[in-house]
Ligand binder design. Sequence first.
Ligand code: MV4
Length: 617
Amino acid sequence: MLKKVLVANRGEIAVRIIRTCRDMGITTVAVYSEADRFSMHARMADEAYCIGGATAQESYLNTAAILEVLEKSGADSVHPGYGFFSENTDFARAVTGQGAIFIGPPPEAIETMGDKISSRIAARAAGVDGVPGTVEPITDPAQVIAFGNSQGWPVAIKAAYGGGGRGMKVVASPDEVGEALESAKREALAYFGREETYMERYLAWPRHIEMQIIVDNFGNAVWMGERDCSCQRRHQKLVEESPAPDFPEEIRQAMGEAAVKVAVACGYRNAGTVEFLYQDGEFYFLEMNTRLQVEHPVTELVTGTDLVALQLKVAAGEPLGFSQEDVRSNGHAIEVRINAEDPTEGRFLPSPGTLTMLTPPGGPGVRLDSGYETGDTVSQHYDNLIAKLIVWANDRETARTRMLRALGETRIEGVSTTIPADILILSHPDFAAAKHSTRWVESTLDLTQLGKPLDRQDVLDAASAGTASASASKETPGTPLQATAPTAQLAERDVTAEIDGRRYRVRMWVPTAYISDTGGQSASRAPSAKRPSRRAPTSSTSTSTAGTGNISAPMHGTIIKVLVSVGDVIESGQTVCVLEAMKMEHSLESPRSGKVKVVHVSAGDYVAAGDEIIVIE
Ligand code: MV4
C-alpha cells in the first residue's frame, strides 16, 4: 500500500483525500499557497509545504514547486484531486518520471478522452455511440442543411476541440445555419484555439446521466452506478443524485456496460466517469472525465464504498477486491453544492470573504464535505465551492426532504452562499416529481425571485415552519431567508388573517427589516430605502448602461477573452468578452446591436467592477 501521499490540491477535495488517507494510516503531505497558509487542508495534513504566491498559476499550477515538495517530503504518490493538474499529462508524466505514483489514469487515456473528436471516435470504436451526427469538420453550411433536412431539426453545431458547452450553437431551420456556423467557428477559435466544428441532432430535453467506473491493473473493470446531474446552470452543476430517478434498470445495466467498454477500449485505470445524454429511453456517449469528480460522494453513499480508498488501492497495484456482481446500490443519495456566491435575482455573483460562522448540519444520513471551518477565508483566487452537502435515505422523497432539513440547519455567515438556490430547487414540484432536464434550471426555474422581499404570507409561513433559517447573505437585512434566522431582530405583531374564508387573529414574530417606518401592524414589503445598495441590476452575463449601449464589468476580475474588435457589427445578446472572477467564467453579452467603437481591454487585463470595457456606436 502507499505510505505517503502528496495531495496536489486545496479546499474540500484536499480535505476529503486527507481524511481517507488518515483512515488508512497513510501519511499526508499538503501543499498550500500564500493565501492558504492557514487553510483547513494545510492544518489537517501531517506535513504541509508552501508552494508560492496566491494565484493558482504561482502555486497549485506551479509544477516545479510541487515536484520539489514531492522530492523533499519523500512522498511515494500524488493525488491530484479534481481541477488543477488532475487531467494534465505533463504533470502526470513528471510525477512518474520522479519515481512516484500518479493516482489516476495513464496519460494516454487522458489524451484519448481529452477532446471531443478523439473521444467520440474511441467510444464508437468500442461500440458506444454518441448523439447521431458527424465527426468530420463542417466545411460548408450546405452539409448542415442536408443533415437537418434528413435527420430533423434542430441541429447542434459544436466545437470539435471544445467541451463544457462552449461554442455550441443550436439551429432550428436552414436559414439560421450560415450565421450560426460562423459564430460557432469564431467562438471555437477564441476559446479553444481551433475553429473546427461538427454537428449532432439536437436533443431538446435530455438528462445528463454519468456512470462511475473503476478499473484495476488486473483487468477488473466495474461500473458503480450512475449519477443524474441534470440540474445545472450555465454548465455548473447544482444538484446531483444517485440513482437517477425514473431510470429503467435495463437501461442502467446497458449504460454501465457501455461505460466499462469505453474505459477498457482506452486502456483506462483507476476511477473515471463516462457522461451520457439520456432522452426518450435512449442514451448517447457525451465525454469521459478522467478524474475523481466533485459529485463522487453520492455514489459512495449508495454503494457503501470509499472511492478515494479504492483509488489508492488500485494505484498501489492491488486488485480491487470485488467484481461487478458485488456492486449493490442501496437507497438514494443527493448532493448539493454550497458555493460562496450571491444568487440574488439569479445572478450568482462571487462572494469571497471570511466565514464568521459555519455551523454544519447533522443527524441521520447527513454528510458535509467542507474545505472550511468558522474563521476561514474563501479567497477570490480559487473556485468558490465552500462545501458539499450530501444526504442519504431509503428513498428519493425522504432524501429530498432530509436535504431540505439539513440545508435549514446549515448556517453560514460572512459570505453569501447558494443555499437559497439549493432550497428553491429541492422544494420545486418539478424536482420532487423528477421532471427536470438539463434545460430545466435555466428555462423553467425562476431564480430571479431569490433574495427579493417576501410578501406577508411568505413571512408567516417561513416563521411558523422554521424552514428558512439557512441564511447565507452578507446583506443582513436584505434577504428573507436571513430575516428569520435566530440572529435577526424580530418584533411581535398581532395581525388579522383569513384562511379559507375564516378569520383568525394571529400573533407573529416579524423580522424588523420588514416592518415599515410607520410601525403599523402589517409586515409590509421591505421599503426599498432599507434594502442594502446593490450593483446595477444586471445579469451576471449581460451588463449595460441603458441608453448608452456601453458594456462595463459587472464585477472585478480578469478578462480572459475578447471576442470582438473595433468596427465589428454585433447583435444584441452576442458574447463580446469573457471575464473570469473566482475561477468562474462570465460571458458578457452586448445589450444591443451596433458597431464596436472602442475596446478598452485585452486578454489578461484586470478590471474593477463598473469599468467600461466596450463602447458600441
Ligand atoms: C447537447 C445537448 C443536446 N443535444 N448535444 C452541453 C455541454 C456539452 N458537454 C454537451 N452539452 C449539450 N449537448 C446535443 N446533441 C444539450 C447539451 C446541454 C447540456 C448537457 C449536459 C448537461 C447540461 C447541459 C445544459 C445545456 C445543454
